[in-house]
Design a protein around this ligand. Sequence first.
Ligand code: NAD
Length: 513
Amino acid sequence: MPSHPVQPRAARDVATTPMRSIDPRTGSVLGTFEDMGPATVARRVTRARELQRDWAALPLRERGRHLLRIRASLVAAGPDLTRISAEETGKPVATAYYELFAACAMLTWAARNVERALRPERRPSYPVVSKRAWVEYAPFGVVGLISPWNYPIGIPFQTLPYALGAGNTVVLKPSELATLTGLRLVEAVNAAGIELAQVVTGAGRTGEALVRAPVDALSFTGSPGTARHILRAAADSLTPVVLELGGKDPMIVAPDADPYQAARAATAAAFLNAGQTCMSTERAIVCAPLHERFVRHAADLARNVRVGPADDSQVGPLTRPAQLDVLRSRIEDAVSKGATIVAGGRERRGLGHGTYLEPTVLDHVTAAMDVYHEESFGPILSVVRARDLQEAVALANDSRMGLTASVFTTERATGLRLAHGIEAGGVNVNDAMLGAAMAAVPFGGTKSSGYGRLQGTEGFRAFSQSRAITVDRFRWTPAMISLMFHRRRHPSARMLQAGLWALFGRNGRRQPR
Ligand code: NAD
């Protein structure tokens, strides 16, 4: 049952100028969308609430079947959806397709596992032997899903299949930089035959209106600064929030690793999507014996990356051109404090309207530099030298953030040992970024990278409220609560203490006199 009453119909919003979606590769306007205010947002939430009851009334198996219909609808919308996303963000169409593959995998796994993850569960009624107990998983009601622009197809589907599977409806607030993708995505979800998703469009004001609408639970992916605003707004209604924030993800390269393979993975994970990935490898922490070889390979690989607006490029423009100034100042700060640029480091000009930073490798990065601590969100790989594995782990953990991490080693045992010591929500041994693509594996961060988990059984549970139910084990048992309260006399403290000892106090020892 929704925890909030249906909102009274609010007044109309004052009409504002429509917002524009711009292709960062060409500067051309792709389309316009409404800058929605609180009244429009409240109406969308009310609509989602009205539709939620019927959806939640469907058996889990039926919900699972419908998730597969959504998948089919998404596949049919594939060419359209990926084109719009590539146009709005500047990413190669192939990258948009990778997101769509991940989205379909999430839907598939959620469809096949919703029954297992959310069916009522028997629990021991201990210590009340006269009762039976079980847990049911009930939906929250309406889940608000506030998304960033960098993976506008993939990120909503880290929440959507699981929140829907749990019996909620969803109101998506796509980023103002990828709104046309969000609109097309919601159209595809609803084209499967049940109106399960609403969309609200606009910038921060619209997002805040969604939080205050109020929804029953929130899934937010974005920056830590926005997360603080959202938590303040959510505090009024005590709305629970799952937070997926940024990262400063390390890759440890152990002395026994293959430096070329490690450099290939580090550059791929640093430059994919022009480095605009929350779990980009931003710091390669390389053990001393491999340091020089790793840097040489990373620099060669970075210099050979295809940069440009064409669809076969590997690195497109920065989706937010203003980010170039941030990246430039990070590079200047690092160089002024002793780092060396071994590849890239400059803006790539002559590629039309778009703003491009050459894939950049910085060596001799230290904790004194901004680039060591602050998320770059651009194609910069920082190389940090470590004396040994012990120092490498300490450096990896020397961050406010802890989203994901990688370890490169030829010894699986070393990989596992290091993985256990790293403060992150996920660790990939001999790879990077993979956890986010695995539908059954929980995804989320530690420290300032957020809390709560998306995907997997944890993802279903994040958007469910557990409800504990107890019933009598035998036919004629009196209510325990009555036995405790309605007595002519309480048992004496001595008797109760003896009972306490009998049940819990022994541990092999005798009761003291
Ligand atoms: P952002 O925080 O600026 O915006 C994210 C969303 O929040 C947008 O839809 C925006 O309109 C909305 N918003 C802005 N102000 C709001 C407010 N006051 N109330 C409610 N909503 C508001 O982030 P961004 O620039 O779109 O994305 C980049 C950031 O997202 C980076 O820090 C990146 O690391 C992070 N990110 C994290 C993950 C993850 O899964 N951990 C994934 C992708 C991106």
